[in-house]
Design a protein around this ligand. Structure first.
Ligand SMILES: Cc1cc2nc3c(=O)[nH]c(=O)nc-3n(C[C@H](O)[C@H](O)[C@H](O)COP(=O)(O)OP(=O)(O)OC[C@H]3O[C@@H](n4cnc5c(N)ncnc54)[C@H](O)[C@@H]3O)c2cc1C
Length: 587
């Protein structure tokens, strides 16, 4: 019954489990943690072999991302930037240039670590307007790469550790003979064994809780970059005399294509976050089975016997399974498009990224809270995932912005005919799916009607539809996740069906007012929902071992004090040995 994206989490990566480099370490400074993450990055690369081969195999790539995220969030971020963004973008736009091929080779064998520099201090979600310039000089056949002012300083690439050789894909405005041709990607050597290259300055940024990446504010001061370093394949080429020959006609199209590998990054981030959600559920549930507490009429019970705990953790488990099934669908669609994702696949990945990272953030937060004080400590892993989840909703397309753009593109499509709600049994999976579909289609139609008309003020029109569009996009993510897990339920056994029913009931409960207002549920059904959810939790409590096993979390990840069969012994083994022997004088 395993539901886990990318099966090869075991296999070749499992060998790394025996490597002490991946053992948990306490008490490191931010810089020591960061250096450890770079060492782990190299070790994973060594194990995987050619980075190009890994990038070209999405299942292998996402498996590596998932495995690394569960063990070290910072190593995951390094992997995603190196493989998905830097190397991926070079492969897409290097064409047949031997110079660019030599840069690809450097990232392939990780002689240099790859960076991706798009965002600037004043240009985040609006990066299309970024202001770093690459002014072409036909006499020297070089670009002059320059940050004109503070607003254009590259904002937060991992350029902080200057003694690590790094090669970046830098997005900058191509200017030739005084004409601005829009944003293009360039390969720029940031640092080598002697530190930062001349003309490049990087100031390390402050601490980010739970995330030790060496992010730095980076500026270019008239850095000379050879003409051959422009990644123009499929975008446009610059002749030696400075004439620009575009392949894609508009600057906006070229920018979107130059940023195309963000889709791969999104998929990697999604599957990695869900791996952390699976690990959080497994650890929190294993702990909750052992952790004792008081109870009316009983001296002690395991906290998992409480309905409140079940609702939180089984609800998290249900969302984890549903979102993992959705991510699998997105991964399949991506893996089936070797020529690059179609628009439909891109939209599916965007909706999946948003739905999954928001869900993972809630799941991880819930799991952390249900572990009480133990959940606060990094050695039990979940606390570390909280920081990663925060970054995940912002990076690779801020969730709100990405969802509004994706929903905006999808509202125009031909939806199903207007939905007529029918009465039905809320414990029936087919009926639950019908309710979720109905909500999605109704919101789609409402959003569409809000986006037409108006008085010609496009921003006011967009704003009028925005909230409904976002609700539509979220409803689409939930429906897709439910649908995908439902498809698997028909192929498997009852435990998964019971879990899916809980997922559906919690989603109806979340939007109970909406369903009631649209006549899709009765007032009695709304009143009975809490009991229905409790009854479902009671049923799932008998399946829980099987469902936790189905998460397929590697033993190495579960090997934390509260993740084993005896947390007291594990905790004592790790910590009380450091205490002095009890003194005979003390009572
Ligand atoms: C962990 C991490 C690693 C990163 N690594 C890199 C990297 O290696 N290279 C790189 O180039 N960048 C990197 N980034 C930067 C990342 O690309 C930006 O964070 C992202 O583009 C969002 O920009 P911003 O953070 O400036 O948000 P802003 O654009 O400042 O957004 C702030 C708020 O405004 C809202 N908002 C913004 N625009 C809109 C809109 N149009 N409609 C509605 N709401 C809006 C957002 O939802 C958000 O809540 C990284 C970010 C993170 C978190």
């Amino acid at each position: 019954m395993t539901v886990a994206t990318s099966p090869p989490l075991a296999g070749e990566l499992a060998d790394l489990a025996r490597d002490s480099l991946f053992a948990y370490r306490d008490g490191l400074s931010a810089e020591q943690s960061c250096r450890l993450s770079y060492a782990r990055l190299r070790r994973i690369h060594e194990q995987l072999g050619s980075a190009v081969a890994t990038v070209r195999d999405p299942r292998r790539l996402t498996a590596a991302m998932q495995w690394s995220a569960m063990l070290d969030e910072t190593t995951f971020a390094l992997l995603n930037i190196h493989y998905s963004l830097a190397l991926g973008t070079m492969l897409d736009h290097a064409g047949d240039s031997p110079v660019l091929a030599s840069f690809v080779a450097e990232l392939d064998d990780m002689t240099s670590v790859g960076l991706f520099m798009a965002t600037e201090l004043a240009y985040g979600n609006n990066a299309v307007n970024l202001r770093t310039t690459a002014v072409y000089d036909p006499e020297t056949r070089e670009f002059d790469l320059h940050s004109p002012d503070v607003s254009a300083y590259k904002y937060m690439p991992n350029a902080g550790l200057a003694d690590v050789p790094k090669l970046a894909v830098v997005l900058a405005r191509l200017i030739s003979h005084g004409t601005d041709h829009g944003v293009m990607p360039f390969v720029v050597r940031i640092s080598d064994a002697n530190g930062l290259r001349p003309g490049i300055e990087a100031v390390p940024l402050g601490d980010k809780p739970g995330f030790a990446l060496d992010n730095a504010l980076t500026r270019f001061r008239h850095v000379r970059v050879p003409l051959a370093n422009m990644l123009g394949g499929g975008l446009g080429q610059l002749a030696e005399d400075g004439t620009f020959h575009p392949v894609l006609r508009s600057p906006r199209e070229r920018f979107t294509a130059a940023m195309g590998r963000v889709t791969t990054g999104r998929l990697c981030l999604t599957t990695a976050m869900l791996a952390c959600a699976r690990a959080s559920c497994a650890i929190a549930i294993r702990y909750a089975r052992q952790r004792q507490t008081f109870a009316p009429g009983a001296r002690q019970v395991a906290v998992l016997a409480y309905r409140s705990h079940q609702r939180a953790l089984f609800g998290a488990l249900a969302a984890t399974y549903a979102m993992t099934a959705l991510a699998d669908r997105a991964l399949d669609a991506y893996a089936d498009s070797p020529e690059g994702p179609t628009a439909a696949t891109g939209h599916l990945i965007s909706v999946t990224k948003v739905a999954s990272t928001w869900a993972a953030s809630e799941i991880i937060h819930n799991a952390r809270e249900r572990c009480g004080a133990q959940g606060m400590f990094r050695e039990n892993r979940i606390a570390g995932y909280v920081g990663l989840a925060q970054g995940a909703v912002t990076a690779e397309g801020d969730n709100l912005v990405l969802l509004s753009l994706t929903a905006g593109a999808l509202v125009g499509g031909t939806g199903a005919p207007a939905w007529t709600p029918r009465p039905g049994d809320l414990a029936d999976l087919g009926h639950l799916l019908n309710l979720l579909r109905g909500r999605e289609e109704t919101l789609r139609a409402q959003a569409r009607s809000r986006l037409v008309g108006g008085d010609g003020d496009s921003f006011a029109t967009w704003n009028r539809g925005l909230t409904t569009m976002l609700s539509f996009g979220q409803a689409a993510g939930v429906r897709l996740a439910f649908e995908e897990l439902y498809r698997r339920c028909r192929e498997t056994d009852g435990a998964l069906s019971r879990l899916l029913c809980l997922y559906g009931l919690l989603e109806i409960d979340r939007n109970g007012g909406w369903y009631l207002a649209h006549g899709a549920v009765t007032a009695d059904q709304v009143r009975e929902l809490p009991d229905l959810i409790d009854a479902q939790c009671e049923r799932i409590s008998h399946d829980v071992d099987e469902l936790v096993d189905g998460l397929a979390v590697p033993d190495l990840v579960l090997r934390v004090p509260i993740g084993g069969d005896d947390y007291l012994a594990a905790f004592a083994g790790r910590h009380t040995t450091a205490l002095p022997e009890p003194s005979a004088d003390l009572p």
